[in-house]
Design a protein around this ligand. Structure first.
Ligand SMILES: O=C(CO)COP(=O)(O)O
Length: 317
């Protein structure tokens, strides 16, 4: 792609994030940007959506700086940003891809005020004030984003339309391969009472791998893991109160890449139908399901790439 085609796009992305206008991007700019989006799109008490935005933009900063902060000064100048795009350093980087898609998904969730999984025109309208995007950006007009014309925007439609908001020489790369091949994955952790000690032992052993992913759990299981290990687990409702069904909904939305479910093999449970439904959805979605520590070990290792502690700029160019 010719330089002149993408240069104005890349400089406007840089300036969109450079909220203090000092010509340098720092972590604080991305955090302030997340704050701006959170402030405009979410209620003050909506800690879940807000935390997802802050986490996503902090992660985006990590990946942006790993690729483009070539002088390792802790800040990215506009020149470094443009140069990294010019040499296609972001294109093809799976960690950058995953963090970008995660930021877009956090934005989609924040726009989806009623939480029905799609964005209607009134919900969508707020994107412009919240992100600083120009209302005249026709590529982001509702009709252009709602490609199937059903009057609602899905996460996938937002991902596809918003790729040009990222510093890619070839934005199409971001969404051509729907399944990320590495980087943070969604992992659901569930255990019946008689298996909680086993699961806690396993999560303790695999804390290093688990902390690289996005963790979800049924109520008691998730809360216990966070309390015991400090791992950030998004705890849903307790299993018997609908937690398995909530995990099933996440599976259906494509947000879970591994289900670790240490179920009780020796007794029956009043919510047995919910348990079967969750496993059925996981089979349908073709995601790995680990029912004991041995299978969970194999699967977590397969899903967790070795991420070097500090990626040198030279290695990326
Ligand atoms: O019952 C469960 C799964 O079916 C687990 O729920 P809790 O994590 O809330 O105990």
């Amino acid at each position: 792609m010719a330089h002149e085609d993408w240069l104005p796009r890349i400089t406007s992305i840089f300036r969109m994030y450079d909220l203090d206008g000092d010509g340098q991007l720092g972590r604080e700019d991305l955090i302030a940007y997340a704050g701006r989006v959170a402030e405009n799109l979410t209620e003050p008490g909506d800690t879940k959506r807000r935390a997802a935005l802050y986490d996503a933009y902090a992660e985006l900063w990590t990946q942006l700086s790993a690729v483009s902060d070539t002088d390792r000064g802790g800040r990215i100048s506009e020149q470094e940003f443009v140069a990294a795009t010019a040499r296609g350093a972001f294109d093809g980087d799976p960690h950058f891809r995953d963090s970008t898609l995660r930021a877009l998904d956090a934005l989609a969730d924040a726009l989806d005020r009623d939480g029905d999984g799609t964005i209607d025109p009134a919900e969508y309208e707020r994107i412009f004030g919240a992100t600083g995007l120009d209302t005249t950006t026709s590529a982001l007009g509702f009709a252009a984003v709602d490609t199937d014309g059903d009057g609602r925007i899905t996460r996938a439609e937002l991902r596809a339309a918003a790729v040009h908001l990222y510093p890619l020489a070839d934005p199409a790369w971001l969404t051509t391969d729907a399944a990320p091949t590495s980087g943070p994955r969604g992992i659901a952790l569930v255990a019946h009472d008689t298996r909680k000690a086993d699961l806690l032992g396993w999560t303790e052993r695999r804390a290093k791998e688990l902390e690289q992913h996005r963790l979800f759990g049924t109520g008691t299981t998730g809360t216990l893991i966070t309390r015991r290990l400090g791992l950030p687990v998004t705890a849903l409702r307790s299993g018997p109160l609908g937690g398995d069904q909530q995990i099933g909904a996440l599976v259906t939305r494509g947000e879970i890449d591994l289900l670790v479910f240490f179920f009780d093999p020796l007794s029956s449970h009043p919510h047995g139908d919910d348990v079967r439904a969750l496993i059925r959805l996981a089979v349908l979605a073709n995601i790995p399901v680990a029912l004991n520590a041995a299978s969970a070990d194999a699967m977590i290792l397969a899903l967790t790439p070795h991420i070097p502690a500090q990626v040198g700029a030279a290695a990326l160019t």
